[in-house]
Ligand binder design. Structure first.
Ligand code: ARG
Length: 419
């Protein structure tokens, strides 16, 4: 039985109740670890000191706040950009990227404080429990993982009562509209009215993509070896750059997603996301790859990208296949250097209006139809004949499939036309 537990603490109702519940039910000491991955952006960030105090008020023997924004940006968001990562072709993995960052810090705190378990506040229905637990297993197979919210069977109202009974200061009431998870890469919104996949998401679910711009917006993103490094010529650190692109793209209303997705635990769920920065940066990056990555490498990478996204979604950030794919992707990014010009129209559309690179594989003189054309047209004749040789032989010897079928000048009437 564990004696000391490191809990992933958000400051919300569930994890606050979890502090006391672990103490009472498991007789353990709780060390609360709150990891800043860029949540609360529209309020200029969370009030971390009051979150820390709340953990202590709930009974934690120690409460730590860790600023992991740059780490999240550099070690998690940048690889996601390189992988053009979108789960099921749409969702840029907002929550899935932050859980391994948090896991890293839980494990580090467990080691530093000689804890024998970590804990999280996830329920049994979601992906985040998978990410916390599989991630912890990968980094520290000896640590136990406790999931109080999966064990306690308390309703939200009962949690509020529990908090009141133990004098745990919480801001929430028994009503809660949505379940929200936010970080540098965007925001995920679940529960409430949006659980009806037919229902319009109410306007109040959106915070990062409320339109404040009146005019179209142009942004030039500079990349160096697959890494976005500048906005309009200004060099920025990864976390600043992601925040800046997110803020500006979001002001045009760009970055909303409304989708039904397949969770790892077998449930389809309706999700609303706001990811203006993530979606804009991935679009820009993918476009620059079109210009700079050799064809076969590009096609192979495109086949591997969905796999990378699935692994990360499914909690396998720390896993051998993911590591091997990372090595492939890193190699593919060597020449993804240049600039992409993005234009956002109000409300909420993005088009790529230009791209350039000192190492572009686009060769104007090869592509052009004007006088500077350097393409050897005579090479095409033999090339195309050989390309079609197999098909020509098939047609001659085996008749092909449609060989010799004359076009019928009076086709029979279609079903719908008959009377
Ligand atoms: N469905 C998304 C995912 O699995 C978002 C999860 C949001 N998490 C939350 N606790 N609200 O990545």
């Amino acid at each position: 039985m564990a004696k000391r537990v490191v809990l992933a603490y958000s400051g919300g109702l569930d994890t606050s109740v979890a502090v006391r519940w672990l103490m009472e039910e498991h007789r353990v000491e709780v060390i609360a670890v709150a990891v800043d991955v860029g949540q609360g952006s529209e309020a200029g960030g969370e009030d971390w000191e009051s979150i820390r105090q709340r953990a202590l008020a709930a009974g934690a023997v120690e409460a730590l706040v860790i600023d992991a924004r740059r780490e999240m940006a550099e070690e998690f968001c940048l690889p996601a950009i390189a992988a053009n990562a979108k789960y099921e072709g749409k969702y840029p993995l907002v929550s899935a990227l932050s859980r391994p960052v948090i896991v890293r810090h839980l494990v580090a705190a467990a080691r530093a404080h000689r804890a024998d378990a970590v804990a999280h506040g996830c329920t049994g229905k979601g992906n985040d429990q998978v990410r916390f637990e599989v991630g912890t297993r990968a980094l520290a197979p000896d640590l136990e993982v406790l999931a109080p919210a999966r064990m306690w069977g308390l309703s939200r109202a009962q949690c509020v009562d529990y908090a009141a009974k133990w004098d745990i200061p919480i801001g929430q009431t028994k009503e809660k509209l949505y379940s929200i998870d936010e970080n540098l890469w965007g925001k995920a919104i679940e529960c409430g009215i949006i659980e009806d996949p037919w229902a319009d998401p109410p306007d109040d679910v959106y915070t990062l993509t409320q339109i404040s711009a009146t005019d179209p917006l142009e942004l030039v993103i500079g990349f160096d070896a697959g890494v976005p490094v500048s906005v309009d010529g200004r060099t920025l650190a990864a976390d600043e750059l992601i925040a800046e692109v997110g803020r500006r793209a979001g002001s045009t209303g760009f970055g909303r997603l409304d989708m039904v997705e397949n969770r790892r635990v077998g449930i389809k769920s309706r999700e609303i996301y706001e990811c203006p920065g993530a979606l804009a940066l991935i679009a820009a990056h993918a476009d620059l790859e079109d210009l700079t990555v050799e064809r076969d490498l590009h096609h192979e990478k495109a086949r591997l990208e969905p796999r990378w996204s699935e692994l990360v979604y499914d909690g396998l950030w720390f896993s051998p296949l993911k590591n091997a794919l990372d090595a492939f992707i890193a190699e593919s990014q060597r020449h993804v250097t240049g600039e992409v010009r993005l234009r956002f129209e109000v409300p909420g559309t993005l088009a790529i209006h230009g791209r350039r690179s000192p190492v572009a594989l686009y060769d104007h003189d090869l592509a052009t139809y004007d006088a500077t054309d350097s393409f050897r047209h005579s090479d095409a004749e033999g090339f195309v004949r050989l390309w079609g040789l197999g098909v020509a032989t098939w047609a001659a010897r085996q008749g092909g499939r449609d060989a010799g079928r004359p076009l019928d000048p009076n086709p029979p009437p279609r079903q719908a036309d008959r009377t």
